[in-house]
Design a protein around this ligand. Structure first.
Ligand code: NIG
Ligand code: FE
Length: 388
């Protein structure tokens, strides 16, 4: 079945061969969807005949957001910790253990219902692809069930057994790395596409992180790294060294870190929800973009450091506080996320791409930053299916 969406005032395609600038902007556009794919893009007045027609009535459209970093298999929340932070306490990775206890105590059904709630929330805000991780189980049983539950709802699943050292191994971190790279990996690898590690003081050092990523690679998983979130450290350069798909956070960077990213193929994924919710300094997107680094924007949605599922909110923060232009932020939240997930079928609108499209109650994508906090997403198509 084919559908033409006509009278789009301004369409972001992210395909410079279809329109103006890096966003490939087309004015007065139409998009034809056939099945789960984009079949045609061009001037609204030239749209071919289709089975269905949707009049966008002058709204803007863009590719569905690609949220390439979230932690959605968890139970409980950390309101008290957030309250304490907003009264002056600082964020510590130790809070992860609170969520680990709640997650272990939850049933599969409770974890799945929670995941579906946040996936639904994200979809309503325009997210059509969402990566999510384990990392709140930290036992073979709890990590593998988290991944199994996640894999039932998204293709982009990441094994993060190395989130923090499990409480049972507090006195034996090497023993925990042995578990994460051995029995736990064996149980988890069949459910995941990616392997991740929190490389940070208080979590895993460079050598431990390298061991985790290399073991994951031997089991067919592709590395990505939580790097340089809370302070300087080896994470970013390790990510580039192992050819990771992305280095995520990138808040505290030396010139050597920026150079390494600029010379490598690793995408820098910035997560402004975390800096917002922990009152930390902002990552410097401008510095990375000026150095030629590919930048993605994602939510990091999790109950501790960033409890937002809203990509529009992250776009607005990135423009207001990280030196990005609205065009750059929208590119990073769509095409940038696709690059971080090594996908070419999403994050752009062109014939053959998956039909993931967001219609905004606004005349231009710039309004995502210009009108922060306003629910502008008026319709979402995911793989050709309209969701609202
Ligand atoms: O990406 N940095 C490590 N992990 C999460 C935080 C998890 C938590 O606090 O529960 C993050 O910010
Ligand atoms: Fe994270």
């Amino acid at each position: 079945m084919s559908t033409a969406i006509t009278n789009i005032s301004s369409l972001v395609t992210n395909d410079p061969s279809l329109g103006d600038g890096p966003l490939g902007l087309v004015q007065d556009a139409a998009v034809v969807i056939d099945g789960d794919r984009v079949a045609w893009i061009g001037a609204s007045s030239k749209a071919p005949a289709t089975d269905n027609a949707v009049d966008a009535a002058g709204r803007a459209a863009l590719p569905g957001f690609v949220d390439s970093h979230s932690h959605l298999v968890f139970a409980g929340d950390r309101t008290a910790e957030f309250n304490a932070r907003m009264s002056g306490q600082s964020y510590s990775a130790g809070g992860i253990r609170t969520t680990v206890a709640a997650t272990r105590a939850a049933t599969d059904e409770q974890l799945e219902a929670n995941l579906l709630r946040y996936l639904g929330e994200a979809l309503r805000q325009g997210t059509t692809t969402l990566e999510t991780k384990s990392g709140y189980g930290l036992t073979t049983r709890d990590e593998s069930r988290a991944l199994r539950i996640a894999a039932a709802h998204t293709d982009e699943v990441t094994y993060l057994g190395a989130h923090v050292v499990a409480p049972e191994f507090a006195d034996d971190p090497a023993g925990y790395v042995g578990l994460v790279t051995g029995e736990m990996l064996d149980a988890c690898a069949p459910h995941a596409r990616w392997v991740d590690v929190f490389c940070e003081k208080g979590a895993f050092d460079g050598d431990q992180a390298r061991a985790v990523l290399k073991a994951g690679e031997r089991r067919g998983l592709i590395p990505r790294v939580h790097a340089n979130q809370l302070g300087h450290g080896p994470g970013v350069q390790l990510a580039v060294e192992v050819g990771a798909a992305s280095a995520d956070h990138c808040t505290h960077l030396t010139d050597a870190d920026v150079d390494a990213l600029a010379q490598g193929t690793t995408v820098a994924t910035l997560l402004p929800g975390a800096e917002f919710s922990t009152r930390a300094r902002w990552p410097d997107a401008r510095r990375l973009l000026d150095a030629g680094v590919t930048v993605a924007l994602s939510t990091d949605c999790n109950p501790g450091s960033s409890f937002t599922s809203s990509m529009p909110f992250c776009v607005a923060l990135a423009v207001r506080d990280m030196g990005m232009t609205p065009d750059e932020a929208v590119w990073s939240a769509t095409a940038g996320g696709a690059a971080a997930l090594r996908r070419t079928d999403i994050g752009r609108l062109a014939p053959g791409a998956r039909a993931d499209l967001v219609l905004l109650d606004a005349p231009s994508h710039v309004h995502l930053a210009y009108r922060p906090g306003v629910p502008l997403v008026s319709a979402v198509w995911r793989a050709g299916v309209r969701h609202q």
